[in-house]
Design a protein around this ligand. Sequence first.
Ligand code: IPM
Ligand code: MG
Length: 367
Amino acid sequence: MATILTLAGDGIGPEIMTQAIDVLQAVNKKFTLNLTFESGLIGGTAIDATGEPLPEETLSRARAADAVLLGAVGGPKWDTIERSKRPERGLLKIRSELGLFANLRVAKLYPQLANASSIKAEIISGLDLLIVRELTGGIYFGEPRGIRTLDNGEQQGYNTMVYKTSEIERIGKVAFDLAQVRAKASGKPAKICSVDKANVLEVTELWKQTMTKMQESQYSDVALSHMYADNACMQLIRDPKQFDVMVTGNMFGDILSDEAAMLTGSIGMLPSASLDEEGKGMYEPCHGSAPDIAGQDKANPLATILSVAMMLRYTFKQEQAAQAIEQAVSDVLDDGLRTVDILDSSEADLRQVGCQEMGQAVLAKLV
Ligand code: IPM
Ligand code: MG
């Protein structure tokens, strides 16, 4: 028997989590997966209850669980408290404490949503892109960091972007291996694009050199290209289908994955997996807590539901159950159901639904 810890968090977190748990329970039954569920506190709701964005109890239960499903954290209510106690710190801490260094963000366009994107349909149709983002290093965690007062009384903020060879190799291996797996599945040649800013930053010069060495010594079957982060942002809009797997550091990955999400119509569609060295993981939508629409039944639960599919695939090796969820999502889109973020008002046959109705429609396809 395996245990899943669910952490709904803040804002729209609880609404999307309710739908995702319903879906997970349905596949649990249908495929006799023997999963049990626990819930815990993280983010602002944890601060309100315990004073900490990641209470010890949540962390120890996360360590004991076989997988974690996270909603979203943060909101204006907690934006003014001391930085080290803010909800986002809870998220960064759980990623770091659990060693979840590999963040996989899949931007896959459902053909039904080709017109929901702000990009022309022909540019994005058939898009299926994987961003492999390093998640526990780089400028997010580098020391020293802070805001200090200079001798002249002026304040100065500073952060440090650092990567060791071993950290680059570890994430590189994940990206190269997944490029091989994807190539096998698609029948296309394996390729990865490593994104850096090696023209300016030494830390990413080491990144680039390390990726090149890995390709030469271990992955001669995978074509490796390099791209500067600014150009990668541009190319993602100009011709996103030139990419298959992109691998990059923590901050560039944060930025590129939001951009890639919009290619698929809405960030409300983008799931993610954050894995440790054994493949144990935390699964979460790429979007945030959207406090402006929280509690209004407007949120899109599909990114969280698709994150459940990733959990079944990567942690529990239940490919069939994962595909059943992905198919159910596709079927619901075929039926014309749309949350407001993926609604194209020029299409007549679509019906706007709320978070709950969308989640229950997916569920209905699974039972
Ligand atoms: C993400 C988010 C987080 C990040 C925030 C909420 C700390 O933007 O998961 O992409 O920057 O990693
Ligand atoms: Mg982000």
